[in-house]
Write a protein of this length. Structure first.
Length: 159
């Protein structure tokens, strides 16, 4: 996978890598990562990680996040944009959430969403979820960058 040629993402990626590889706990690192992404990219208004529920293996459970609290702390596979990305094991971009039937609303301000699976050895371990208050802001550059970020997160999750 080629890292995006977007200069902002090229500058940001080493900071993400350094943060994920720091010696703090997994959740401290992920909380700092969510805050970094939210602060660094103006149209990333909510950034959060959902983990695979290791007991059911068919639910996502909210982990560290940056942004307003959400009621969606447990999401079954297949439900919402997060659940779709977990089942498909593919990045899902929703440019306009009003046109998406299978969508769980967190806030009336959210206009678009990108969800990137966190997978390791062919199995999904969670997803990275980003909401935007802008219309259709996510591009191939976001996808390439965030898929690289999720590859790093996957390594963190499997230790
Ligand atoms: N919108 C997501 C739910 C999580 S919130 O965005 C934080 C979804 O449809 O899965």
């Amino acid at each position: 996978m080629v890292l995006s040629s977007n200069p902002a993402f090229l500058r940001l990626f080493p900071r993400v890598k350094q943060l994920i590889e720091s010696t703090a706990s997994r959740d401290e690192n992920l909380a700092a990562l969510c805050a970094l992404l939210k602060d660094a990219v103006p149209y990333y208004n909510w950034v959060g990680v959902y983990f695979l529920d290791e007991h059911t293996k068919s639910d996502l459970v909210l982990g560290p996040f940056a942004g307003a609290p959400t009621e969606h702390i447990r999401i079954p596979f297949g439900i919402g944009v997060c659940g779709q990305a977990a089942v498909l094991q593919k990045t899902v971009i929703v440019p306009d959430v009003r046109k998406e039937q299978n969508y769980l609303s967190c806030s009336p301000f959210v206009k678009a969403e990108i969800v990137v699976p966190i997978s390791f050895a062919g199995a999904v371990r969670g997803v990275l979820d980003i909401d935007s208050h802008d219309c259709a802001p996510f591009t191939a550059a976001d996808r390439a960058f965030l898929e690289r970020v999720c590859a790093l997160i996957a390594r963190l999750l499997v230790g």
